[in-house]
Write a protein that binds this ligand. Structure first.
Ligand SMILES: NC(=O)c1ccc[n+]([C@@H]2O[C@H](COP(=O)([O-])OP(=O)(O)OC[C@H]3O[C@@H](n4cnc5c(N)ncnc54)[C@H](OP(=O)(O)O)[C@@H]3O)[C@@H](O)[C@H]2O)c1
Length: 228
């Protein structure tokens, strides 16, 4: 049984943040949705709670600074503002687990392309900007539309990459606590680049075929048996 962890989501008022907030809260974790505008965050949090009256989800809306004060912090801003948003919070994030679900993507019509951020991934850029935190990359491949609908079953693998064992372990615990998700330790933060880039292909597939597919690794059974 995974312990309860307080999850703060910086930039949590968008679809990705809301989706993760509702799934994490439904798994028993208190969630703080962060925003540049506390009033906006309060409104979004109230909407999330009201949408699922039978689930007793604990979701609050606060500022990004307050979200960054939580035990585990997730960044869910657009990619091109993630570093600038987190840099002023660096001191607060010292020693904390910081989960990046950010992918640098460019939309061209109905196709998405992966961009190459400095240092090879958004997660590595964030780790460099907030060096005292323990960054883990995760949650990139989950369609927000599916995450937000608690009444839709979710079956997906979540690839987790980090240079910090504690960040990997805690992020896997958070993933595994969410029904239908399976966390997979994908290795060091150098894996974040290909993980983030795969998001472009997945969204393109979803658009082309009008589906909400996620990632599932065939042949992966028991974590730990083949660990390297
Ligand atoms: N959408 C998905 O299905 C999905 C799935 C997995 C991962 N992701 C990743 O999650 C991240 C967020 O995706 P999203 O679709 O939720 O994005 P979004 O709606 O465009 O942005 C999320 C939030 O970021 C804040 N934000 C916007 N512009 C900002 C700026 N200039 N400076 C600071 N904060 C700003 C906004 O919150 P406030 O205005 O309230 O501050 C906004 O609600 C992306 O990096 C994406 O790659 C998305």
């Amino acid at each position: 049984m995974v312990g309860v962890m307080q999850v703060g989501i910086v930039g949590g008022t968008g679809p990705a943040g809301r989706g993760l907030a509702v799934r994490a809260a439904a798994s028993g974790h208190p969630v703080v949705i962060g925003s540049r505008d506390e009033g906006r965050a309060r409104g979004v949090a109230a909407d999330v709670v009201a949408a699922w009256p039978d689930q007793h989800v604990e979701v609050e809306g606060r500022t990004n600074e307050q979200a960054a004060g939580c035990e585990v912090v997730v960044v869910a801003t657009p990619w091109d503002v993630a570093v600038a948003t987190l840099r002023p919070l660096a001191e607060m994030l010292d020693g904390k687990i910081l989960v990046s679900m950010v992918s640098a993507l460019l939309a061209e019509g109905r196709e998405f392309h992966a961009l190459l951020p400095s240092r090879g991934s958004m997660a590595a850029s964030i780790q460099a900007a907030v060096p005292g935190s323990m960054v883990a990359a995760a949650f990139h491949h989950l369609p927000a539309s599916e995450m937000e609908q608690l009444d839709r079953p979710l079956v997906a693998d979540v690839l987790v990459a980090s240079d910090h064992a504690e960040a990997t372990r805690t992020t896997l615990d958070l993933v595994d606590s969410i029904e239908g998700l399976r966390g997979i330790d994908a290795g060091s933060l150098s894996q974040a680049g290909p993980i983030e880039a795969l998001t472009a292909t997945l969204i393109t597939v979803n658009l082309r075929h009008r589906v909400h597919a996620a990632v599932r690794l065939a042949g992966y059974d028991t974590r730990g048996e083949h660990g390297g």
